[in-house]
Design a protein around this ligand. Structure first.
Ligand SMILES: Nc1nc2c(ncn2[C@@H]2O[C@H](COP(=O)(O)OP(=O)(O)O)[C@@H](O)[C@H]2O)c(=O)[nH]1
Ligand SMILES: [Mg+2]
Length: 256
């Protein structure tokens, strides 16, 4: 496995154990912020043998989604409200909750950190979750959705957050809302969200299947090729051809 600079010996040990067939990897998907949590809520039962963890500052939004475990962060800072685009506020909130985050990842070997970048909470906390994972020898991947170009001002914030996440993950898959529009300009927002959800579920399923076939030793390379497949827009195109059966969350702040 091509080890990123963020990798460590402990991570290697776990990878060796899994690839030797000595342990079944325990996988969790961690939704960060509004979009991240909405995505894992919509993915719900579509993910096989994967536990879900939802982390948000927004208490009401957290109450309205389903996840195996929910972590409400920043209670003493935002008093249960959204971080309103303040990345540092969310980051600080996550840092205050690192023990709880660590605890939630306790019996886990591999995590997928999912967030829509360009807002406040997901953007501020994704890399904090990645650091906790790294420090505890958990193999971690990021799957992020970059904002539409039309979301002026959010792109730069998103790019910065992505850079921080890439430093603490084995690899981060970047889904871009714009490439979705390029593929199919007339696509309805609800369908666009469904395609993103299905793409994320597909990526997680693919990686898990490969691991079950003991290919984890090459996982970083596999993800790398999935990533370029996506960038070639093949992945999304395949997804668009399939019937969409996942309901979009029209309550999402994206529609506000
Ligand atoms: N795929 C997807 N993207 C979303 C959704 N809601 C928001 N987004 C995107 O995610 C970015 C962050 O928004 P949000 O997650 O609500 O912010 P946060 O709660 O502060 O983390 C937005 O700029 C949108 O591009 C959603 O339900 N699905
Ligand atoms: Mg939010």
């Amino acid at each position: 496995m091509s080890q990123t600079s963020a990798g460590n010996n402990y991570t290697h040990e776990i990878i060796n154990l899994i690839s030797a067939g000595n342990i079944e990897p325990r996988i969790a998907v961690v939704g960060c912020g509004g979009a991240g949590c909405a995505i894992i809520d919509r993915l719900g039962g579509n993910l096989r043998d994967v536990s879900t963890i939802a982390i948000n500052t927004d208490q009401r939004s957290l109450e309205n989604i389903s996840a195996d475990r929910k972590i409400h962060i920043g209670r003493s800072i935002t008093f249960g409200e959204d971080s309103r685009g303040f990345v540092e506020v969310a980051e600080y909130a996550a840092e205050l909750s690192v023990d709880e985050i660590k605890q939630s990842l306790k019996n886990t070997d591999i995590i997928f950190i999912v967030a829509g970048l360009g807002g406040g909470t997901g953007t501020g906390i994704a890399h904090v979750v990645g650091s906790v994972a790294k420090r505890n020898g958990i193999v971690d991947f990021g799957i992020v959705v970059m904002p539409f170009s039309a979301e002026v001002g959010r792109r730069a914030i998103a790019e910065n957050s992505l850079m921080q996440l890439q430093q603490v993950t084995e690899n981060t898959i970047v889904l871009d809302n714009d490439s979705l529009l390029r593929l199919s300009p007339d696509i309805q927002m609800s369908s666009a969200l469904s395609v993103i959800d299905r793409t994320i579920a597909g990526v997680i399923d693919d990686i898990r299947d490969r691991m079950n076939r003991s290919f984890i030793a090459t996982i970083a390379d596999d993800v790398m090729s999935l990533n370029s497949e996506f960038q070639e827009e093949v992945y999304m195109e395949n997804m668009i051809d399939q019937p969409l059966d996942v309901q979009a969350d029209t309550e999402s702040p994206m529609f506000a």
